[in-house]
Ligand binder design. Structure first.
Ligand SMILES: *Cc1c(COP(=O)(O)O)cnc(C)c1O
Length: 337
């Protein structure tokens, strides 16, 4: 089975498992887990920020950040394809009582002008705009990346209008590798950053939320309220440390594999538009003799798992557990269709 459904399907390697087995642990709710403390310090240091918080999922880190940055009745600005809006179960309303101003971006990315146009005037009729949330890479944008100067322009708009700026960086390291950028660049701009360890980085569980000391103190309290205070979490934090230490640079290989797959798809008459492949995700249109679900079923018969994300679109995600040999096998199968 060659599993391109998501980069969340990776299993810990023997070396990662060894690091987990050997992790020193303690009760993290008491602040006594050395491995969790190490992961949080390492994450903060990597981004040049003051503090970090280890959480069970990226949904939780995003939702905690939104809760920290807003009051009930406030409004946040994000792209209409954003994970925080589309795939977190209505958590913005449920957890924070906040409303959302959706922006029609370009493959999941919004601009400073769009942010400015979306800020409510100081008018009792309107919710108070307090937060902008960006996603990089943008999942539904096909793994698209922001240009850093566009983020800088958005930051300017935020500063001028007293808005906080959050980054859903579930796949931020894919963007950093693709664009040759550094975590510190992002740490300088964002008020909070959420990073998934369980996607391309290959850890089994966990995300980190990174920000200023006071922000993380507040976030720690909210994590407890959300039921995310964990005890001997060092075993999984150790996997996160291992991932940050070993699995960042190799993301370039996933990106190259995604390009190879896109190239062979391009030549097939039943494939329509392929979203530009910038990182590890390939989203393409299916036409003619296949619908998207029919193509997914056809590939499944040959042991290749993909997801039909609509009746006409299929998503392929490359990750740590996809080997060069498997990419070649996939290309052969596609060629034979
Ligand atoms: C996966 C993902 C998350 C968080 O997902 P969890 O499954 O809750 O860890 C957040 N944002 C984006 C863009 C994602 O792809």
């Amino acid at each position: 089975m060659i599993d391109f459904r998501s980069d969340t399907v990776t299993r810990p390697t023997p070396a990662m498992l060894e690091a987990m087995r050997n992790a020193p642990v303690g009760d993290d709710v008491f602040g006594e887990d050395p491995s969790v403390n190490k992961l949080e310090a390492l994450s903060a240091q990597l981004f040049g920020m003051e503090a970090a918080l280890f959480c069970p999922s990226g949904t939780m880190t995003n939702q905690i950040a939104i809760k920290c940055h807003t009051q009930p009745g406030d409004e946040l600005i994000c792209d209409k394809l954003s994970h925080i809006y589309q795939y977190e179960g209505g958590g913005i309303a449920f957890n924070s009582g906040a409303s959302v101003r959706l922006v029609e971006g370009n493959r999941g990315r919004i601009t400073a002008d769009q942010v400015r146009e979306s800020i409510n005037p100081d008018d009792v009729h309107k919710p108070v705009t307090t937060l902008v949330s960006l996603e990089n890479t943008a999942n539904r944008g096909g793994g698209s990346c922001y240009n850093f100067y566009d983020i800088q322009s958005i930051k300017e708009a935020c500063l001028q209008n007293n808005l906080s700026l959050h980054l859903d960086g579930a796949r931020l390291f894919n963007a950093l590798v693709a664009k040759n950028e550094t975590p510190a660049q992002y740490g300088e701009i964002f008020d909070s950053i959420s990073v998934c360890l369980s996607k391309g980085l290959g850890a089994p569980v966990g995300s980190v939320l990174i920000g200023k000391k006071d922000f993380i103190k507040k976030a720690r309290r909210i994590r407890k309220v959300f039921g995310g205070g964990m005890r001997q979490a060092g075993f999984i934090a150790a996997a996160g440390i291992f991932a940050l230490e070993h699995n960042i640079e190799r993301l370039a290989q996933d990106h190259a594999h995604a390009q190879m797959i896109a190239k062979v798809l391009q030549e097939k008459d039943f494939i329509g538009t392929i979203l530009p492949v910038e990182t590890n995700i390939v989203i393409f249109e299916v036409k003619g003799r296949y619908t998207a679900p029919a193509l997914a079923a056809k590939l499944k018969e040959q042991g290749i798992f993909v997801i039909a994300i609509s009746s006409t679109q299929v998503r392929v995600v490359v990750h740590l557990d996809i080997s060069p040999v498997q990419v070649n096998q996939t290309i052969e199968v596609i060629n034979g269709l």
